[in-house]
Design a protein. Structure first.
Length: 136
């Protein structure tokens, strides 16, 4: 019998794989080390050394920090980062707005058709644990 949570997990995994296939990991080298690229504004790329966009990251899980949940992220090279609510992550002055065991919500500033800045939400979903086979 297939449970509802298994179906939801499979759907989220399928969406994540489809997104990964269509997205491109981008590394940026800032003009000056430790400063964000000129096109993204203050705080862009945050604790990830000003070099990585969200398409390079996967959400590996959460741990409990002294002041609340901490999200564990991995980049495409397997390097692990820990971020908390309010930390800047990725491009477009993105910051972590919510952390749950299932996903993290990142708010970014993007330019609309009228060239005005507007907030938009991006999500990184936790990947389901791989199925283990039983030696029955």
């Amino acid at each position: 019998m297939i449970t509802r949570s298994a179906v939801i997990g499979l759907l989220l995994c399928t969406l994540a794989v489809a997104h990964a296939a269509s997205a491109a990991c981008m590394r940026v080298v800032p003009d000056k080390p430790g400063t964000p690229p000129y096109f993204d504004g203050p705080g862009s790329f945050g604790p990830l050394n000003n070099t990585v966009n969200l398409d390079c990251l996967t959400f590996a899980g959460t741990v409990e920090g002294a002041n609340g949940p901490v999200a564990v992220l991995k980049d495409e090279n397997g390097v692990v980062y820990r971020v908390k609510i309010g930390d800047y992550v990725g491009e477009n002055s993105g910051y972590v707005a919510e952390i749950s065991p299932a996903r993290i919500k990142i708010i970014q500033l993007v330019r609309g058709p009228d060239n005005a800045l507007a907030e938009t939400s991006r999500f990184l979903f936790a990947m389901p644990a791989p199925a283990t086979s039983r030696g029955d």
